[in-house]
Design a protein around this ligand. Structure first.
Ligand code: BGC
Length: 369
């Protein structure tokens, strides 16, 4: 139940940076808050964050008196399309969608649009369609920058203020990225590389495998096993006579299986300390690994806040009002720039996990014990 509580941030009190293109749609259902049905389509239950997302959105919508149809598609695109189709057929008044393949929903969303059903793109940008209304997410480019910053500071290349320390390494690192069909994966990668590339160019960081292109380091479906299967051979091929110093890993769902490969290769000992490995989502297993000194960092994204942003958007649309946004330039989905509300994320390490995650009430100390 820990994530069901409402966040302390009151979205309505945050700044409105206006200038939206008018694209809100008033549903046929009215907007009086009674008997309105909201379809919530989430990508998967394979990581805790999406379960929390779905449950938070559902709880907050129900608290406002709406009915909710919450579905998870287990990373299968046809399943998600069928779920959304059914929501439309069942007369949904609004849709909140955390997509699997951001490019695969064009046709089904054309039907939503024809039925005047407003659509919120949740966390992941839905691409190649004009049939979405708003985007609720985190500042994903900043997430990538934060991952790179924590990798660099973990290696001692920059200090806590972000300034170069003058340490020249060279440090041997490997790079992993997320799923190519998820727009976020590219944004995280680009954000991270904006910081790492100069250090790769100057030789402070060495990607020993030479594998730096997004397509080469991407992990389809964010599948941790796939990433683990890539790391094993990389260690065998390049790290028998030298140590791996760091890994840019895009999410906990990937970092945690990578730690197991590293453990199997003898890392985490005095002779072979853990490389600096990054993550994202503050999944409980990952936070425990941070506490244990195995994972260097994760990125905390308060899914309670994201749910609140999406729910506030839905509620505004169902009442015929214009939702609040704070970014109307960053997210071009290939057809239009989608008016967005971006939330801030936070790096979590051994030094600050108690303050950031426990004192905020996101986890109890027992959950991390
Ligand atoms: C989300 C991340 C998550 C990843 C894998 C991304 O779209 O923004 O928080 O770790 O998907 O589920």
């Amino acid at each position: 139940m820990r994530h069901a509580t409402r966040p302390t941030v009151v979205v309505g009190a945050l700044l409105l940076t206006g200038g939206l293109a008018a694209c809100s749609v008033i549903p046929a259902g009215g907007g009086d808050g009674d008997d309105l049905l909201v379809g919530v389509a989430m990508p998967t239950t394979t990581s805790q964050r999406w379960i929390d997302d779905g449950e938070n959105v559902q709880a907050q919508l129900e608290a406002l008196g709406h009915q909710v149809d919450l579905q998870f598609a287990e990373d299968d695109v046809p399943t998600q399309v069928a779920q959304i189709q059914k929501m439309i057929d069942d007369g949904a008044d609004a849709l909140v969608i955390g997509s699997i393949d951001g490019t695969a929903l064009k046709d089904v969303l054309a039907q939503a649009s024809a039925a005047d059903i407003p659509v919120i793109s949740y966390d992941r940008l839905i691409r190649d369609t004009q049939d979405i209304d708003y985007y609720a997410t985190f500042d994903n480019a900043r997430v990538g920058v934060q991952q790179a910053t924590s990798l660099l500071s973990g290696l001692g290349v920059i200090d806590e203020t972000g300034e170069p320390t003058g340490v020249t390494g060279p440090f041997a690192i490997e790079l992993f990225a997320g799923s190519p069909d998820d727009n976020n994966a590219t944004v995280f990668y680009q954000g991270a590389m904006s910081l790492l590339q100069p250090y790769i160019d100057s030789g402070v960081l060495v990607v020993t495998s030479g594998e730096t292109a997004f397509e080469t380091i991407a992990t389809p479906a964010w599948n941790g096993e796939t990433a683990a299967k890539r790391l094993g051979p990389l260690l065998d091929a390049h790290y028998t006579s030298r140590r791996l110093d760091g890994i840019l890993a895009p999410a906990d769902i990937i970092s945690v299986p990578l730690l197991e490969v590293l453990r199997g290769a003898g890392y985490g000992t005095d002779a072979k300390p853990w490389p600096v490995v990054t993550g994202q989502d503050a999944d409980v297993t990952a936070v425990k690994a941070v506490v244990a000194g195995e994972l260097h960092s994760t990125i905390y994204k308060d899914t309670r806040q994201l749910a609140e942003v999406a729910v506030t958007m839905v509620d505004a649309l169902l009442s015929g009002e214009e939702p609040e946004t704070n970014d109307v330039t960053s997210y071009d989905n290939g057809v239009m720039v989608v008016p967005s509300y971006l939330l801030a994320s936070q790096v979590v390490t051994q030094d600050n996990y108690e303050e950031v995650l426990v004192e905020s009430g996101y986890y109890t100390a027992e959950e991390l014990g």
